[in-house]
Design a protein around this ligand. Sequence first.
Ligand SMILES: [Zn+2]
Length: 161
Amino acid sequence: MYKNNFPNFASLLNKRPHATAYLVGSSDYPALHGQVKFYQTKYGVLTVAEISGLPIEEENCENRIFGFHIHEGTSCTGNENDQFAGALTHYNPHNCPHPHHAGDLPPIFGANGKAFSAFLTNSFTLEEIIGLTIVLHSNPDDFTTQPAGNSGTKIACGVIM
Ligand SMILES: [Zn+2]
C-alpha cells in the first residue's frame, strides 16, 4: 500500500528544479555555500538543501544545528553589523508568531561540514517565494523565542530565483 500510494517525491531530486537559491556564506564563513532547490507539487513545495562548508563541531553538544528560514527581503546585501541585512526578517504573510511564519523551515543539521535536507511544506507556494531570500543562521532555532527563534546571526544567504 505504501509503495503504491505515496507520491514518488524522490524521483524529483535529479530533475531540474522549478526555482533555486544559491547560498553564499558571510565573510566569517567564506567556505560556506550551498544550493536550495524547490519543486512545486500538488501537495506542497518539495525543498531540497545541499550545503557545504558548515562550521564543524569541535565538541559534543554544540555547533551542529542551524536555523533556516525564508526571509521577506529580496536582497542578500548588508552592512557592517549584518552582512545580509537586506534579507530582512522571516517571511510572514499571515501575521503569525514564530515558528508559524510561512518562512519557518526545519533546521539544517550539519554532518562533518555538509548537510542534506529534503522536506515537503505547504506553508507557501513556489510562486509566492520567487524573489525572496533564504537564510541560514549561526545557531539552532529554539522554535519559541519571538520574533525569530533566537537563531543568531545570518551566516549564509541566497535569493530564490
Ligand atoms: Zn519565524
